[in-house]
Design a protein around this ligand. Structure first.
Ligand code: ATP
Length: 612
């Protein structure tokens, strides 16, 4: 019985198999028939396809064929381009002399030997082994019509505005504040300041910050970087306060750290004025506080303890408040470092490391400056979470709105020359000197000559500092004489002229100093006194900076080399890969020598302390 049943089943299976094969063969033949009729354009299928439809099909096939051919052409074209680039590269490589190759290897070695940017790495909490892989998610989206643009269209928009970005999934730049979806009250506050259109750094920087991404923003002095970070800080604070109002002792939600007390005050005033405008129009109140040294801690502590959304601080006082547990950063969600590279340069590294250790969770970090040497950019990129680098112009380039004049003036003639230079433009004028004693001397001299002058340097108490700057800001004084404490970030309206009584030690400080004029699209002038006392290396940097900005070279700088020659090795980046200097390579970088000397001295000291 079983055998018979098995036999039947086998026969059935065989039959089924044969039937399937026959059916398959028939289907194949039918398909072949169809395909050949299509391909050959025969009339066999006239009964099924109308002439009009067949014509349409034919046109479609022709189009597909054409596209395929074009694609082939494009690919061939691309291959040719790729080959040409590779050949160009190979020829540049081949042209490099052995000496140049050796020099480049030496440069890479030097760059790698630079001590790591500890403070910046502390941002990512590497010490505790904590790394964050994902950026913050926010509910903000660019407007629909921009989201639909092709990447080449977005790139075109950036190109027209001189914006260069580095980083994945960057939102498109947005050409109006309205489309950034800022609250009405902010739009009114902007308008009342005569701010109608965003600047390039704001067009790209604000959308990047609003999408929650970490970023490094580089744009020239006076180009509106403050609002590029202040508006997102305010937007998120408003969102936070709306969702869950802050209670006593809570906050801050956003923190901005800057290198000088005057800059901190200026930024806090800007943020406060927007918060004020928002609350007047019925939005939740955003509380801000200024935490700087030289002022009693008590008032700052009370404000913090009442609950505060945004803190603007200098590193020293902030560290104090955190160490004394008057403030904590447990809810802090946004960290802004304005003039980030300057803070590291000014030796705030340890203070910053200490401050970052108080963060308990991931935060969004925004770093801003007009000068950000490549090396610091690299440190920052590796420390931030999926950062986007937004660059408007070369990092470290001088503002093109400033007419730069350089004069050879002997030490003994400088004071009288200042008086003559004051005739070049109407007030207000800012005079910079390296030493506090020179600031005092120039101020006294100008006072004797009847000039309305005030002064600012780190040796004055906070009251004097504030009064000096305030009198100048309000227009009660025509001239402010200051050390570099006033060179970074300060925004005085209508400074017509910056006079450098001496050349700063590094070219970045020069760029920040002269950037106090020519702001917000206006024109300005800078005069710099040079003589034999200036370092050769900084003179060469200045020379290249002037050439880059299309300025006229004085005879003594012209004689120092060929007008077009920037310190470069063919096919490689111009200038020094460590600092922003264009007049030297990393092998001659005075700043790097300084860092190495300091590191060696520190090591020797700690060995001595350990008893070696
Ligand atoms: N979109 C805008 N249109 C016109 N003016 C603007 C705009 N944004 C900012 N400003 C004004 O430009 C001036 C300079 O702005 P800000 O101080 O932010 O420059 P910055 O880029 O931070 O300069 P620095 O590098 O010197 O710190 C300010 O007076 C500011 O009010």
């Amino acid at each position: 019985m079983t055998d018979t049943a098995d036999e039947v089943a086998r026969t059935k299976a065989k039959y089924e198999e044969r039937r399937r094969k026959v059916e398959e063969e028939e289907r194949r033949k039918r398909l072949e028939g169809l395909v050949s009729s299509d391909d050959g354009g025969s009339d066999i299928d006239d009964a099924f396809i109308s002439v009009a439809q067949r014509k349409k099909e034919k046109a479609k096939r022709r189009m597909l064929l054409k596209n395929a051919l074009n694609m082939g052409e494009n690919e061939t074209e691309n291959a040719v381009k790729r080959k040409a680039i590779a050949e160009e590269k190979a020829s540049v490589e081949a042209k490099k002399t052995l000496l140049e190759k050796h020099a480049l290897e030496e440069e890479v070695r030097l760059l790698q030997s630079v001590p790591q940017g500890g403070a910046l790495f502390a941002i990512s909490e590497l010490a505790q082994g904590v790394t964050y892989k994902e950026s913050f998610k926010t509910g903000w989206r660019p407007p629909g019509h921009l989201r639909g643009l092709a990447s080449y269209e977005i790139e075109g928009m950036r190109k027209r505005k001189g914006i260069v970005i580095d980083g994945s999934d960057c939102p498109p730049p947005i050409g109006s504040f309205l489309e950034m979806k800022l609250p009405r009250s902010f739009l009114c506050a902007l308008e009342s300041r005569n701010i109608i259109m965003p600047t390039a750094i704001q067009m790209q920087g604000i959308p990047v910050a609003l999408t929650g991404r970490d970023m490094i923003g580089i744009a020239s002095t006076g180009s509106g970087k403050t609002l590029a970070f202040a508006l997102p800080m305010l937007m998120f604070s408003l969102e936070q306060e709306t969702a869950l109002p802050f209670k006593r002792g809570e906050g801050p939600f956003a923190l901005c750290i800057v290198p000088s007390r005057e800059l901190a005050r200026q930024i806090e005033e800007v943020i406060h004025s927007f918060a004020d405008a928002a609350s007047k129009q019925g939005l939740p109140p955003i509380k801000t506080v200024l935490c700087i040294g030289g002022e009693p801690v008590g008032q700052q502590a009370r404000t913090v303890q009442n609950g505060v959304h945004i803190v603007v601080a200098t590193p020293g006082r902030l560290g104090d408040l955190l160490n004394k547990k008057i403030m904590n950063l447990e809810l802090c969600r946004i960290l802004v470092l304005d003039e980030a590279d300057r803070m590291l340069d000014m030796g705030f590294e340890e203070e910053l490391k200490n401050i970052f250790s108080f963060f308990k969770d991931q935060r969004q970090t925004l770093l801003y400056s007009a000068t950000m040497p490549k090396k610091i950019q690299e440190f920052a990129k590796s420390a931030l979470v999926r950062p986007i680098l937004v660059n408007v112009g070369r990092a470290g380039a001088a503002s093109l709105n400033v007419l730069q004049e350089v004069e050879y003036v002997r030490g003994e003639d400088k004071l009288t020359r200042i008086l003559e230079c004051l005739q070049k433009t109407p007030p207000r004028v800012l005079i910079f000197a390296e030493k506090k004693s020179d600031v005092d001397m120039i101020t006294e001299y100008l006072l004797l000559k009847g000039v309305e002058v005030s002064s600012l340097h780190g040796g004055k108490d906070q009251k004097e500092r504030h009064e000096g700057v305030d009198a100048f800001r309000r227009g009660n004084k025509d001239v402010l004489v200051a050390t570099d404490v006033a060179s970074k970030g300060l925004d005085f309206t209508d400074i017509h002229h910056v006079i450098n009584y001496d050349m700063p030690d590094d070219i970045e400080n020069y760029v920040h100093r002269i950037g106090r004029t020519g702001r917000s699209g206006k024109r300005g002038m800078a005069t710099t006194f040079l003589n034999k006392k200036a370092e050769m290396s900084v003179m060469m940097d200045l020379r290249q900076l002037l050439i880059e900005a299309g300025q006229e070279l004085p005879a003594f700088l012209r004689e120092m080399g060929d007008d077009t020659e920037a310190q470069s090795i063919e096919g490689e980046e111009r200038g020094c890969s460590f600092c922003s200097g264009l007049g030297h390579r990393i092998t001659d970088c005075p700043k790097l020598v300084g860092i190495h000397t300091k590191t060696t001295q520190n090591m020797a000291r700690s060995h001595a302390e350990e008893g070696f």
